[in-house]
Design a binder for this molecule. Structure first.
Ligand SMILES: [Zn+2]
Ligand SMILES: [Zn+2]
Length: 259
């Protein structure tokens, strides 16, 4: 990830057709759903004498190139223009500390959809190099030609993960959503995987959390929860996954608390 500054300036004597901050907000959201800003990370907006400056995280140093703008971004750019705001001046400030590397493969062999409540990274990693995969490397996946289906699933997953980690009201429900192959959350996630797979023509695996479990030996005998087939791997994949079902596109691990 990199940090970038977007500087919005209101032209002198402009007669905005709508609230300028509203148009700026929508512009940032259009970048986010187009994969050009990292969603669900801290963004800092600073008011200036004639506009505002926004500090945000982007997947790569080249993420905000104008050539990547989609129809929605251009539409909001026009609204900014109507408000008397020039297209923002964009400055890439540098690499974000401790951020994961971006996938460097010419063509990944597979992808993994996974996130958690602490993660500030994009939720898609390369099955080959483990790098983060920016969304715009493949065609938009949602019905409205954006990546918002991935983003909404990610928000939902992080919300359930937070509820489970907090161990208070809703803990059991959240754990069920995170760990069951047939929960609404998992179904949504698998749908997202399918949409990505359609465009990348590469298997996209969904990570199924597994925390509770008593014995490692019993865990190893666990079949794929969806098809009932064998899915134990000979060797841990990426140091994280003990199970992988190619048919059901699921990956998981031996229960974290098993002994
Ligand atoms: Zn890669
Ligand atoms: Zn299976």
């Amino acid at each position: 990830m990199h940090a970038a500054e977007l500087c919005f300036r209101l032209k002198p004597r402009a007669k905005p057709t709508e609230e300028p901050t509203r148009a700026i907000h929508d512009f940032l959201w259009s970048l986010e759903r187009n994969g050009q800003l990292v969603p669900d990370t801290t963004r800092i907006d600073v008011e200036t004498r004639n506009g505002c400056r926004v500090f945000a995280l982007i997947p790569e140093s080249t993420s905000l190139r104008r050539s990547r703008f989609d129809r929605h971004v251009h539409e909001v750019l026009q609204r900014l223009e109507d408000c008397g705001i020039d297209p923002p001046a964009i400055r890439v400030l540098g690499r974000a500390p401790d951020s994961d590397p971006v996938c460097a493969c010419m063509r990944s062999t597979s992808l993994i959809l996974r996130t958690d409540f602490l993660s500030g990274e994009l939720p898609l990693t390369c099955g080959q190099c483990r790098g983060i995969v920016p969304f715009y490397r493949f065609d938009p996946t949602s019905e409205c030609a954006t990546y918002e289906d991935i983003i909404f699933w990610m928000y939902q997953y992080r919300a359930f993960d937070s509820i489970w980690i907090a161990s208070r009201g809703g803990e059991k429900l959240a754990y069920r959503e995170l760990t069951r192959h047939d929960s609404e959350l998992t179904k949504d996630g698998l749908e997202v995987c399918g949409a990505i797979e359609k465009h990348t023509r590469r298997p996209v695996y969904y990570y199924l959390l597994r925390f509770h479990g008593r014995f490692v030996a019993a865990e190893r005998k666990r079949p794929c929860p969806s098809c009932g087939g064998a899915w134990l791997l000979k060797r841990r994949w990426h140091g994280k996954y003990d199970f992988r079902c190619r048919r059901c596109r699921l990956v998981s691990n031996i229960a974290c608390e098993a002994v």
